[in-house]
Design a protein around this ligand. Structure first.
Ligand SMILES: NC(=O)c1ccc[n+]([C@@H]2O[C@H](COP(=O)([O-])OP(=O)(O)OC[C@H]3O[C@@H](n4cnc5c(N)ncnc54)[C@H](O)[C@@H]3O)[C@@H](O)[C@H]2O)c1
Ligand SMILES: [Zn+2]
Ligand SMILES: [Zn+2]
Length: 377
């Protein structure tokens, strides 16, 4: 702790589903040695923010959400080596750094994920933010970036490479969650092989990122399935070779197209029936990757003989098995090469339009809303 006067910020407070987000004044706690203070330039809005608002996740309310932040480092704790004041950074999820998953560079499966990301406090129970002098739940995904200033951590901040100096932070902001998850699911979790067919169910941010990554991996065909025809049209622009509306016998059409079965199916809808139908399309050794948030009471049913007999696998995936330090720069490089054109998914909103941005996301009008919170200079 230092004796500096507190840093003031504006933050969007989420009080639950009946109330719109309200922007109000907050103050930040003093930095710990392994923390950084980031002036937030932009932050994407993700379905996980809305799942918290709707109490589908065990994050305490009221809370400052936002977990796809990008900004400029303003201050660093004494132990920080990952970035220095003035650096342009993107933020992602936090992790403990020493559990068995972190030890093998699989921090999305950190044994301490909850206290580091969802408890509303630091993992040691101390608050990072105050409103009206009282502790406010924050430190969401180790950042709470629906705010003009965020406290982040050595382990969830990635410096934007100098080679990407010309890419605005407002575009890079969303890279640390849904985009990373969809791309990582294909390239890192399922390790999609060139020449094998894949079907992607749900073409929101996660599904669209998976489609772009499937093209990078050389999957063929790449089949997109959604109930929204506008999204299916974008999916084709991004690399889907076929696009089927789920309401129009998509499963039957996929069977016809690939009678031998699919190497991979990837579900982003979290709907049981969709996952089970998708699974039934798998060829021997096929993998069914699942990422969608679902009702905690949901169970899936698979036929045991088909499961074992064909060596089929069902794979729960978090964060696309991303190791931030290596994978985020890889994705930025793909973007620069024009192979990960996620800018086509973004719609921009000013910070004070946060409720309009959420509405645009929920109506399906904008795939990836990004809030512009501050200028880069
Ligand atoms: N596991 C993880 O690490 C992780 C990370 C980020 C997001 N998520 C979750 O992944 C899910 C997808 O995120 P998103 O941001 O892409 O959400 P999204 O809502 O934008 O995308 C879901 C898509 O599914 C489509 N859909 C709905 N019903 C369908 C059906 N029956 N068949 C086919 N498509 C259908 C919708 O039209 C929509 O386009 C969410 O549940 C989110 O919470 C998980
Ligand atoms: Zn860990
Ligand atoms: Zn997210």
């Amino acid at each position: 702790m230092t004796d500096q006067s507190p840093i003031h910020a504006r933050a969007a407070i989420c009080r639950g589903n009946s109330e719109p987000f309200a922007i109000q004044d907050v103050t930040l706690d003093a930095l710990r040695p392994e923390e950084l203070r980031i002036r937030v330039v932009a932050c994407g809005i993700c379905h996980t923010d809305l799942a918290v608002r709707d109490k589908q996740l065990p994050v305490p309310l009221p809370v400052v959400l936002g977990h796809e932040g990008a900004g400029i480092v303003e201050e660093v704790g004494s132990d920080v080596t990952v970035a220095k004041p003035g650096d342009r950074v993107v933020m992602s999820f936090n992790s403990c750094g020493h559990c068995p998953s972190c030890a093998v560079d699989a921090p999305t499966y950190c044994y301490e994920f909850f206290p580091h990301n969802w408890s509303g406090m630091r993992a040691d129970g101390s608050p990072t933010l105050f409103a009206d002098g009282e502790p406010m739940n924050a430190n969401f995904f180790g950042q709470s970036s629906f705010a003009t200033q965020a406290i982040a951590h050595e382990r969830n901040v990635v410096k934007v490479p100098e080679s990407a100096a010309d890419i605005p932070l407002e575009r890079l902001a969303p890279i640390g969650c849904g985009l990373m998850t969809g791309a990582g699911a294909v390239l890192r979790s399922m390790k999609v092989r060139a020449g094998l067919p894949i079907a992607i169910f749900g073409t929101g941010t996660v599904g669209m990122a998976a489609i772009m990554a499937a093209k990078i991996a050389g999957a063929d065909p790449i089949i997109a399935v959604d109930v929204n025809d506008n999204r299916l049209a974008v999916a084709k622009e991004l690399g889907a070779t076929h696009a089927f509306n789920a309401k129009d016998d998509a499963i039957g059409k996929i069977r016809e197209l690939c009678p031998q079965g699919l190497g991979y199916v990837f579900d982003t809808t979290g709907i049981n029936k969709v996952i089970q139908d998708a699974w039934s399309l798998l060829a021997p050794m096929g993998i069914c990757g699942i990422v969608g948030a679902s009702d905690p009471a949901d169970n899936l049913t698979f036929n045991e003989a088909e499961f074992m007999g064909g060596g089929r696998r069902v794979m729960g995936i978090l964060g696309g098995d991303s190791d931030l330090v290596t994978f985020l720069p890889d994705l930025i490089a793909y973007h620069q090469e024009g192979r990960f054109p996620f800018e086509k998914l973004i719609g921009y909103f000013n910070f004070d339009q946060i409720n309009e941005a959420i509405e645009a996301s929920e109506s399906g009008e904008v795939v990836k809303p990004v809030l512009k919170i501050g200028s880069e200079d």
